[in-house]
Design a binder for this molecule. Sequence first.
Ligand code: E4P
Length: 228
Amino acid sequence: MKLFLDTAIYEEIAEAVNWGVIDGVTTNPTLIAKAGHDHEEQVKRISQIIGNVSAEVVSEKKDDMVVEGRRIAAWHKNVIVKVPLTPEGLAAGKVLAGEGIRINVTLCFSVNQALLAAAIGAYIVSPFAGRLDDINEDGMRVVADIVAAYRQQEIKTKVLAASIRNPMHVTQAALAGADIATMPFGVLKMLFLHPLTEAGQKKFLEDYRKTQEAKPMPTARQEPATKR
Ligand code: E4P
């Protein structure tokens, strides 16, 4: 399972890219607003340092979405165009996918919706696990069911577990067979943490320092001769 960052904040993405653990980024209008930059400028900047950058259309009608989707796709080769799982969004997504543009169908909450996304030739479908949990439904169950249905039907659309809220969601997405999980920077940082890793590393460094302290101090005769 590939790990994506769910943010439009450049500094967070740059730090995660430096760690070498992420393969992409997902943005949405809310995340762009939080980052406080112009949509086009920010997506282009992010696309310079990482592949697979999802950027969402904000038009509401099919024809407008098609025009906007083409414009967004032209920003950078790493851009994937996000369309909402609505009749207009899917109709636009079908046209764009037919032109070879990679489409991420967002706001998916059920297996049937995921089948609709696959029907238009979407590259990615994004089930929102956390938002389902918020309304007392089992979000990761829906992710697992979409993966199972796609396998059964030999559908190639990638399943991207979105709206991830905690490290347990990431583990569950991997066990469910999701192709990608996208998560906020805070969750990505938590994936590194384990008390035994911290304690083990602390002890290794302490023991190394002890071996350095135990080394005999060089005597005057052993000192390298200094030039006069
Ligand atoms: C995915 O592409 C979405 O941007 C995202 O995961 C939504 O997450 P949220 O429910 O935490 O807003």
